[in-house]
Ligand binder design. Structure first.
Ligand code: CUA
Length: 159
């Protein structure tokens, strides 16, 4: 079968573009440590206020010096707020939502997850730089979505 030269060029160009896109995904996944969540834990959003963990979510210390931060997201706030954690220690966030899907992004860090009603999202990070960080909801959740912010305070470790 005869294929015109220009048609061949465009076919190879299209194949090349696809190869570049796929290669970019594979490379960034490998080099930048994209870590898709693998934690599956369910919770009843209707009875969240009576839940031992998420009824009164807070920061709890772990024996290894790290902390676990339970966070309840709801229209239009995060609880607790502010959240205080130590620097250079493992910080495990456990998030859930009492109503709709919210975002939980700690701006300027790679901590970013969704708070989904019915599920507990969990991830562990550590913060090298003490200071104050903005926590932003990055899932549109209602009229005051733009006002749904929180504060994370990373404190220098005691000497
Ligand atoms: Cu919560 Cu947007």
């Amino acid at each position: 079968m005869h294929v015109e030269l220009y048609e061949r060029i465009w076919m190879w160009a299209a194949a090349g573009v696809i190869a570049v896109f796929l290669g970019t995904i594979v490379l960034t996944a490998g080099l930048h440590a994209i870590q898709p969540p693998s934690h599956i834990e369910t919770i009843d959003p209707a009875t969240l206020s009576q839940d031992p963990e998420f009824g009164d979510p807070k920061v709890t210390a772990r024996p290894d010096g790290g902390v676990v931060v339970s966070v309840r997201a709801e229209m239009f706030s995060f609880t607790p707020d502010p959240i205080e954690v130590p620097a250079n220690r493992p910080v495990t966030f456990r998030l859930t939502s009492a109503d709709v899907i919210h975002g939980f992004e700690i701006v300027g860090t790679n901590a970013n997850a969704m708070a989904i009603p019915g599920y507990v999202s969990q991830f562990t990070v550590s913060f090298a730089n003490p200071g104050e960080y903005l926590i932003a909801c990055n899932e549109y959740c209602g009229l005051m979505h733009h006002n749904m912010v929180g504060k994370l305070i990373v404190k220098e470790e005691a000497p």
